[in-house]
Design a protein around this ligand. Structure first.
Ligand code: NAD
Length: 253
């Protein structure tokens, strides 16, 4: 390991251990090593698909076509994916009471499956489907997705319970994320470009409130040269493993 990376990892670990309220903010990049493609960057979905097809208006107008894509890109991929070391380390840090809360933009349920408890799923999740007509919700079971589009017993169209482009953030998630952001004196940002709004404002607001921003990403993001205090360039699993080892050595001494 090069000297500069060693010292960045050491500094990050110290800040995380000493923090009064450490939070984490994650994006699609943390799940790439679990086999889930991100939207942007290398092998990103936007290199193949048109983002306009993920707008809520498009879904309402073309539910059958949209559902075929959603099933293939999200539900079938998520079903096969398991949490990787980065998800697991964040859950362990929470168990050890070092990490207080986690805000994720992801809809893949992997933080939840890794055992994180205090999670805000800012863009919802893929565990539930909700009726566009009567708002009744259903667990997203494979049986429901056999005939597309899936329908509610009121015959309304079911939509995944995650936020599409053009939809608002669920109010409870927005308020809880705000509370966490205001409480944070250190925020660990992992695997996000910082280009999707309003989610992208979370680390910016934390910084404005005086938080120190530690960022892990395999390439620079919108944050890296603006609000980030410590930029750790590399893959989420490897970098978090190194940070965790350093935290172990600090807390055992
Ligand atoms: P993004 O797709 O815009 O960008 C991915 C980011 O992750 C990039 O900055 C990239 O450099 C980084 N990255 C890729 N592989 C990495 C790795 N192994 N280790 C560390 N960093 C890595 O992601 P975003 O900024 O989170 O925004 C995309 C939006 O799309 C989010 O709102 C999210 O809801 C949604 N999304 C979610 C999933 C998911 O649930 N897994 C997947 C795709 C998109």
């Amino acid at each position: 390991m090069n000297k500069e990376l060693t010292s960045l990892i050491r500094k990050a670990a110290e800040l995380m251990v000493e923090a009064k309220y450490l939070s984490a903010f994650t994006g699609a990049g943390i799940s790439v090593e679990s086999g889930i493609p991100p939207f942007r960057g290398k092998n990103g979905l936007w290199t193949i698909y048109d983002p306009a097809h993920f707008e809520i208006d498009y879904f309402i107008q073309h539910p059958e076509e949209s559902w075929k894509l959603l099933k293939k890109l999200f539900f079938e991929t998520f079903e096969k994916a398991v949490p990787n070391e980065a998800h697991i380390i964040l859950a362990e840090l929470e168990r050890k009471k070092i990490l207080k809360a986690l805000i994720t933009q992801n809809i893949d349920n992997l933080h939840y499956l890794a055992g994180s408890k205090n999670i805000v799923e800012y863009h919802g999740n893929s565990r539930k489907l909700v009726c566009l007509s009567c708002r009744r919700s259903y667990p997203a079971e494979a049986k429901l997705l056999e005939n597309l589009p899936p329908k509610c017993r009121c015959s309304g169209i079911l939509k995944p319970d995650f936020v599409f482009f053009g939809e608002g953030i669920p109010i409870e998630a927005a308020l809880e994320a705000e509370r966490i952001t205001e409480s944070s004196d250190v925020m660990l940002v992992v695997g996000t470009t910082g280009q999707v709004y309003p989610a992208a404002l979370i680390p910016q607001n934390a910084k404005r409130n005086g938080a120190t921003i530690i960022e892990v990403n395999q390439e620079p993001s919108e944050y890296s040269y603006s609000i980030t205090d410590i930029f750790i360039e590399g893959k989420a699993t490897k970098m978090l493993e190194m940070i965790e080892m350093e935290i172990e050595s600090i807390t055992q001494n």
